[in-house]
Design a binder for this molecule. Structure first.
Ligand SMILES: *[C@@H]1O[C@H](CO)[C@@H](O)[C@H](O)[C@H]1NC(C)=O
Ligand SMILES: *[C@@H]1O[C@H](CO)[C@@H](O)[C@H](O)[C@H]1NC(C)=O
Length: 935
């Protein structure tokens, strides 16, 4: 036994990929405010039932008007001082509720700053401006009742059909959020609410408190001056009855979040959200990565709820669960360094309801230009414009589709953004023009650190206009990054955004054409040799906010400025941007990727839960570097990575400067063929992908969905995160992420499943072992779906513009099927004026039909005219009713054509174990019209 333990330990130590430099990043214990709040939790736990939270709600001060309840929470402190915490609870028409708690003294500016700091004295109250998508409509029908259900309580009734209520406990202050009278979310039930009120230095010690982490705090040789002293906020959020919680990206971990207070399989540390450039990050870890979305979903049989902690400062989240079947629950503890308590509560029934409610607050994902969902070929670096042109031509030679080629930092002149390297990229326009011939795009890196060099126009303007981030002494902050000594744009400043906008105009960004798009990297911000590889927390942004207050929003503000710049550069063209750093709301403008991963099987495997989690958290346009950024993958790993990468909403291959070239055409056979087949499969399914992106843009549904979204009542599937569903298509993919030739897939529900390629039939309700040799991409279609495809291989997605469609149909036990298709020009905003088609496809009583579910607009007719010759060229019906064996034709009735016409049908009988199928050849209905086909 001892030996075994030793062996297990040893394996742990030598697992590859643990190269992260832990000493660069804080643990909770090394972070004063995290430790203080965790200690409080320990004390509450140790004290047990007699622990009382020192916060009370003053009932007489409560006022309710048009969906908003205002009042005061009082904190009982040893000094006897009166600590008043104004509370605002808002109830929205959408069914969401919001609780904001601030501190009277800081709001009024009645605190003293230390070290002659000019920092804003208030708690940061502008996160909503960046993260949310405008004001929400307040509820007209919410009802408030004081001293109800009895003395000591107040009650709010709100939400759809008045199903929701909030019960406020006055003393100690707690809130229970209920659906139909049952509590689903309970705030401060463990009494961990904490808002560190302002005190002068020494006042705590005078009362016997330990002030050692209240003031200057030093970590790894960096001292944070903390001019406002301790100011953390924290609260516990309990989900009674729930055992699974999801979300809070970005972490390299499974989708069903683990407990964080130790024990087998659990983490020792809370999940951390502090956007960081973590070099060679660790897997199955609660450590921070590049982005932060403080939104969590709790799910159980038949019910889903969620919370959104709107705070942009460093945040830690502890999770503990009670597994006892009678007393299941998950308790979470949210801890932030500064800012206000600002918590949104979403009640509902399904993951879809909660995602939609969260999207109403922070916005739904952008509908990207279509090229953005094709394949992206990236590398650090294509070394010259000739290199780019050769790669482009070689893709064509091997007939490999791709949509965009990328330039990492080396295309610039000495890493000065908005310039080109004079020797390597002498003719950027020629390069972009060659790409235009096949309607491909160029994506270049532009980072927010600006080389400090007089004579470089961007640097001169940044500094002379006062648009850079300042240090604690109100001087321009100097740090180091790719270009060496650099300054950082302060995109929190509207004047910075306005100036940044001008830099993207064609007359200023010389050599750029309309097919150039942008990646904003390093937005965490990444600062070489800075504290935790970012900037000091006491740096100053626009509005005199300290960097600590806004850190996690930094990358979003840069994207916001660049997005607007691209919109203004080229009217009526959807921008495409990529970011590494993100926050809630970034989904409205950009795609993200999971940063600097490694060419290792474990990194391939973790990419699936990471991308699924991003989708759960409302930011589904996500991908991981195909092939792994660091190191060279072998052909097996590379092949499997492409076969998995085609399931990433954002699908890009990328690699480090020190790696070998690995463009698909360089790969030895037969692997090259396998990779090309995977790429073509992605392109074949682009109509289905684009439809899924459209759905995300109107209701926030993930583009690739975890098992529990499809089967919210199947507990077996709640934690499954290595298989994924493509939108609402009924396509289930089970990427192979180990070097093996078989895998297992869990096929839930009651409908049959079919192998996508050969229609092998799988019975539902169990886990199947399946053969998966290297050439095989395990994927299935569940019975009951209609999938739109385009089967003709082309060089880029744009060149498929006029291609006909193929429809694949599988039936339920009852002989029905449904699907949908959204289609527009893939680049402009004309869809906002009706230039699109949105069709519902149905199969019922042996009739396949296409029904219009779009809304008409000014440009609808023009668009329909433009696509009048795009047709359905083939229909494949898998596992058809046996009667069709004797049928040679189908009858088609198309709107506008006046009369019925026939198309030939062929019935194919196949071997045992596989499904028969029928093919309707050239039915030729227009894709944009209403039609019916009688089988
Ligand atoms: C984001 O950019 C847009 C366009 O420039 C601007 O209108 C908006 O105010 C920006 N967001 C914030 C929070 O400033
Ligand atoms: C559709 O095809 C017809 C017949 O070939 C042609 O006259 C018409 O211009 C085409 N429409 C479009 C938009 O290409």
């Amino acid at each position: 036994m001892l030996r075994l333990t030793f062996f297990v330990l040893l394996v742990y130590i030598i697992v590859p990929g643990l190269a992260v430099t832990h000493e660069d990043f804080k643990t909770c214990t090394q972070s004063g405010f995290c430790k203080r709040n965790r200690d409080l939790a320990d004390k509450a736990f140790a004290t047990g039932k007699s622990w009382t939270s020192p916060y009370t709600l003053t009932p007489d001060a409560l006022k309710f008007d048009s969906g908003v309840l205002t009042g005061v929470v009082r904190k009982d402190v040893v000094s006897g001082e009166d600590v008043e915490l104004p509370i605002v609870m808002s109830f929205y028409e959408s069914g969401a509720a919001r609780v904001v708690i601030d501190e009277e003294k800081r709001m009024a500016g009645l605190i003293e700053l230390r070290h002659d700091s000019k920092a804003n004295k208030k708690r940061y109250d502008e996160a909503w401006k960046w993260a949310t998508d405008g004001e929400l409509e307040l509820s007209e029908s919410a009802i408030f009742r004081q001293d109800h259900p009895g003395p000591g309580y107040s009650l709010m009734n709100y939400g759809p059909n008045d199903r929701f209520s909030a019960i406020l406990h006055h003393s100690p202050f707690e809130v229970e959020f209920q659906i139909d009278g049952k509590t689903h979310i309970h705030l401060n039930s463990r009494g961990l609410l904490n808002l560190e009120h302002w005190r002068p230095k020494g006042s705590g010690e005078a009362l016997g408190e330990d002030e050692s982490t209240w003031w200057e705090e030093t970590f790894a040789k960096f001292t944070d001056s903390k001019p406002r002293g301790p100011e953390s906020v924290a609260v516990d959020v309990e989900f009674p009855g729930y055992n699974h919680v999801f979300g809070i990206p970005e972490h390299a971990d499974q989708i069903s979040l683990r407990e964080t207070r130790g024990g087998p399989g659990n983490h020792e540390e809370p999940y951390r959200l502090y956007n960081s450039d973590v070099f060679e990050y660790e897997l199955n870890s609660p450590m921070s990565l590049y982005g932060a979305i403080p939104y969590m979903q709790a799910h159980r049989f038949g019910s889903t709820v969620g919370v959104f902690w709107l705070n942009a400062a460093e945040t830690w989240i502890d999770i503990v669960k009670e597994h006892d079947s009678n007393d299941k629950q998950t308790s979470t503890h949210w801890i932030s360094e500064s800012g206000r308590i600002d918590l949104f509560i979403f009640l509902g029934d399904t993951p879809k309801d909660i995602g939609q409610a969260y999207g109403k607050v922070t916005g739904y994902p952008q509908l990207p230009p279509q090229f953005a969902i094709g394949y992206h070929q990236c590398r650090w670096n294509y070394m010259s414009d000739e290199d780019v042109k050769t790669v482009d031509a070689t893709f064509d030679k091997y007939q490999i589709p791709y949509d965009a080629i990328w330039l990492d930092i080396e295309y610039t002149d000495e890493r000065k953004y908005f310039t080109w390297h004079p020797l390597r990229f002498p003719s950027p326009k020629d390069m972009q023009e060659q790409l235009m011939e096949s309607e491909r795009k160029l994506v270049v890196l532009i980072d927010p650190h600006i080389k400090k060099e007089s004579g470089y126009f961007v640097s001169d303007e940044l500094r002379s206009k006062g648009l850079a981030v300042l240090n604690k002494d109100n001087e321009i902050y100097d740090g180091s990054c790719w270009p060496g000594l650099s300054n950082w744009i302060d995109a929190f400043n509207p004047a910075t955004a306005a100036w940044w906008n001008t830099l993207h105009k064609y007359d200023r960004y010389k050599g750029s054409l309309s097919n150039l798009f942008i990646e904003n990297d390093m937005g965490e911000p990444s600062v070489f040799h800075g504290p935790e590889l970012t900037m000091p927390r006491d740096n100053i942004h626009h509005g005199n906010w300290e960097h600590r207050d806004v850190h996690n929003l930094n990358g979003l503000t840069i994207i916001n400025a660049t997005f607007q710049a691209l919109l203004d550069r080229e009217a009526n063209t959807r921008p495409f941007l990529l970011t590494r750093s993100f926050y809630s709301g970034s989904q409205r403008m950009t795609a993200m990727w999971t940063g600097d991963n490694q060419a290792k099987w474990e990194h391939l495997a973790i990419s699936l839960p990471m991308i699924l989690t991003n989708g759960i958290a409302g930011f589904p346009f996500a991908g991981a570097d195909v092939g792994g950024f660091f190191d060279d993958p072998d052909v097996h790993l590379l092949t499997r990575w492409y076969q998995a990468g085609i399931w990433y909403p954002f699908f890009r291959a990328h690699s480090h400067l020190d790696t070998k070239r690995r463009e698909p055409y360089l790969i030895q056979e037969p692997y090259r063929t396998y990779i090309i087949r995977a790429l073509r499969l992605r392109y074949q399914l682009l109509p289905a992908w684009y439809t899924a992106f459209h759905e995300a843009s109107i209701n926030g549904m993930p583009i690739v969905r975890p098992q529990y979204y499809i089967f919210p009542k199947d507990e077996e599937g709640f934690a499954i995160d290595d298989q994924l569903w493509l939108g609402g298509t009924g396509i289930l993919a089970k990427p192979v992420v180990e070097d093996t030739d078989s895998t297992e897939v869990y096929l839930a529900g009651e409908e049959k499943y079919y192998d996508y390629f050969d229609f092998t039939i799988y019975s539902p309700g169990k886990t199947h072992s399946i053969e998966a040799p290297m050439e095989k991409i395990p994927m299935f279609i569940k019975g009951g779906h209609i999938i739109p495809r385009r089967d003709r291989p082309r060089r880029s997605s744009a060149l498929m513009r006029s291609d006909p469609f193929t429809l694949i149909v599988t039936l339920t036990k009852d002989g029905t099927a449904e699907g949908s298709l959204y289609f527009d020009d893939g680049e402009s905003y004309d869809y906002e004026e009706g230039a699109y088609i949105h069709r519902q496809l149905l199969f019922h009583d042996r009739v396949l039909s296409s029904v219009d579910i779009g809304a008409r607009g000014r440009q609808t007719d023009k668009f329909l005219k433009k696509i009048e010759n795009i047709t359905v060229e083939r229909i494949v019906l898998i596992d058809p009713p046996p009667e069709l064996k004797n049928t040679q034709t189908v009858k088609i009735l198309e709107e506008g054509s006046g009369s019925e016409y026939d198309a030939p049908l062929a019935y194919y009988e196949v071997d045992e174990g596989k499904a028969d199928y029928v093919v309707v050849k050239k039915p030729n209905m227009r894709i944009g019209s209403t039609w019916q086909i009688k089988f």
